[in-house]
Design a protein around this ligand. Structure first.
Ligand SMILES: Cc1cc2nc3c(=O)[nH]c(=O)nc-3n(C[C@H](O)[C@H](O)[C@H](O)COP(=O)(O)OP(=O)(O)OC[C@H]3O[C@@H](n4cnc5c(N)ncnc54)[C@H](O)[C@@H]3O)c2cc1C
Length: 401
């Protein structure tokens, strides 16, 4: 038996024994909550009482280093090579095991620290991320700086060995649940892009005020964050003072890859097919309405094309290439596809998609209407679709301004 086959056998046996049955999930069906709500995000404010098995699963996987399987063991990862990491993913999928941990630590700030952090920063933060002990939020957008992010104005001034931060961030996802923020601040007013610094700080500082923003969907997933005289030690700057724009772009590459692969996985067309068969029944299990049947087929083909393109980039990543401007293609396409998918689900539900609360609507129907509203934000978060098209035109296709 080859080493990788041996690894598969051991991995499958360990997962079988250690993954609690409640953490094995059958996949999305009409009426399920969003995957985001079911995942364990960790952090000091996590409430494990609702699902103690999630805690058990996290601790067991973290002990093996398998919350971040391909990160180095010395930083809390599993030290697996890419092939072993893929086998672990396949064996988890076979068992329908939920990921033990989710969040910006694993998908954004962790990868950035691995590439650009100092040795002390890696040793300090990466193991805490792998064990799910700290949850992170992203302090990029400001009231007057969204698409034109480099115009950001939150100030950082040096006072002795500390930077003193003052300003405001907005749309900070889950800032109310986060322990630490990775943040862009202005350290030089002379140069727009060259005056930005990437810095990390603890959200427990008394100078931080977080105010959740209620949304049309009924949720409050993001916040206004006020920063007043927050002192941050100099060694919490990542990538060097006034080099924050390079860090910001590197992290956005990771963010856009994460968003597109999350939506690609989540955009399972099976759910649309199931709904169409249920609400528009035809003969022999076919979708009864020819127009909707065409739309479902077109969506399925678009999804397959996206998956294949993402897989091709995954192969490039195996050769050690970092995510570049082409992540904008996935971000653009995956989020537009997800919005189309929800529009199609609403069209399949017909008048049953018009409910908000009360009698006459199934829970699953009400849930889809809310998820549809949430999906409208997909093409805004992580940089709007218009901005992705600008990046593709300029940096991928090399077109003139
Ligand atoms: C669900 C969600 C979660 C988010 N989470 C976070 C987070 O955790 N942290 C964080 O920092 N931010 C977060 N954001 C904020 C997000 O990054 C910004 O909303 C986004 O970058 C757009 O900025 P803006 O809202 O200021 O819009 P604006 O920049 O004001 O844009 C308004 C409109 O003008 C268009 N536009 C602007 N400039 C151009 C141009 N040059 N060419 C063509 N069109 C243009 C835009 O496409 C958009 O349609 C989140 C947003 C959403 C929706």
């Amino acid at each position: 038996m080859s080493d990788i086959e041996q690894f598969r056998v051991e991995c499958a046996a360990w997962l079988d024994e250690n993954c609690p049955s409640s953490m094995r999930w059958e996949g999305p069906k009409a009426g399920d909550g969003t995957i985001g709500e079911m995942l364990a995000w960790g952090g000091r404010k996590a409430d494990w009482s609702k699902n103690p098995d999630a805690r058990v699963w996290l601790d067991r996987m973290a002990e093996k280093g398998w919350t971040a399987p391909t990160w180095a063991r010395e930083y809390g990862g599993g030290g697996l090579d890419k092939d072993e990491g893929r086998v672990l993913g396949q064996e988890m999928a076979r068992l329908k095991a939920m990921p033990p941990l989710a969040g910006f630590g694993l998908t954004m700030i962790g990868p950035l620290l691995i590439d650009h952090g100092t040795e002390e920063q890696k040793k300090r933060f990466l193991p805490e991320i792998c064990r799910g002990e700290i949850r992170w939020c992203q302090g990029y957008s400001e009231p007057n700086s969204g698409s034109d992010l480099a115009s950001l104005a939150t100030r950082a001034e040096l006072d002795g060995d500390d930077w003193v931060l003052n300003g405001q961030k907005v749309w900070t996802s889950y800032a109310d649940l986060a322990d630490w923020m990775f943040c862009l601040v202005r350290t030089d007013t002379e140069s727009k892009h060259g005056g930005i610094t990437f810095i990390l700080f603890d959200m427990d500082d008394p100078g931080i005020t977080v105010r959740p923003i209620p949304l049309i969907s009924g949720y409050s997933p993001f916040c206004e964050t006020f920063i007043e005289d927050v002192r941050v030690p100099r060694d919490q700057v990542v990538g060097g003072v006034n080099n924050g724009w390079a860090m910001a772009k590197a992290l956005l590459g990771h963010e856009r890859s994460m968003i597109s692969s999350a939506f690609s996985e989540r955009s399972s067309v099976n759910r649309v097919v199931e709904l169409a068969r249920e609400y528009l029944p035809g003969e022999d299990g076919r979708i009864g309405d020819a127009h909707r049947r065409d739309s479902v087929a077109a969506l399925t083909m678009d999804k397959v094309c996206l998956d294949l393109t993402i897989r091709r980039t995954g192969e490039a990543a195996k050769l050690g290439q970092q995510p570049g401007p082409e992540t904008s293609i996935f971000k653009y396409y995956a989020t537009e596809l997800n919005k189309d998918r929800y529009s199609l689900m609403l069209s399949v539900l017909g008048p049953q998609a018009l409910g908000w609360e009360g009698e006459g609507f199934e829970d699953g129907e009400l849930q889809i209407t809310r998820e549809w509203l949430r999906s409208r934000g997909n093409s805004i978060e992580g940089g709007t679709s218009e901005i992705q098209l600008n990046i593709i035109a300029k940096r991928v296709l090399g077109l003139p301004d």
